[in-house]
Design a protein around this ligand. Structure first.
Ligand SMILES: [Zn+2]
Length: 131
């Protein structure tokens, strides 16, 4: 899936707003190691997002669900809603930050690509999502 990303490198080098596929690899021009993809640069822009660009999560408060499974990041907006879950759209940077604070999920959200070069569209906390 091609989408707008920022390439970033541990050395601090960034190449913003590049169309890239999840499997694309880019070598840092400054230190010559493989860079990583940050595929949510828009999260750091403070604007209102419509349903198509909002971050969609499925959440449940069901106490029988393990804590780390109560929030599901679904990349696809027509992803099936599991019983007991409800859709929640995060429409601005402020909402994402508030949600992350509530759910204590900042690392998964903002830096999901770390080490895997994958977005959260196809994997949620290690579980395969069926669209
Ligand atoms: Zn570098």
């Amino acid at each position: 899936m091609r989408r707008m990303i920022n390439w970033f490198c541990k050395c601090g080098h960034i190449e913003p707003d590049v169309m890239a596929d999840e499997s694309d690899i880019r070598i840092c021009s400054s230190c010559h190691v493989a860079m990583q993809q940050d595929w949510l640069p828009r999260v750091r822009r403070d604007a209102q997002w419509d349903d198509n660009t909002a971050v969609l999560v499925h959440v449940t408060n069901d106490p029988s669900v393990p804590a780390d499974a109560r929030v599901r990041y679904v990349g696809s907006h027509d992803a099936k809603l599991k019983p007991g879950y409800e859709r929640r759209y995060l429409r601005s940077l402020r909402e994402v930050e508030k949600f992350e604070r509530e759910q204590n999920v900042r690392s998964e959200m903002a830096w999901y690509d770390k080490g895997t070069a994958r977005g959260f569209d196809d994997e949620v906390f290690g579980n395969k999502v069926t669209h």
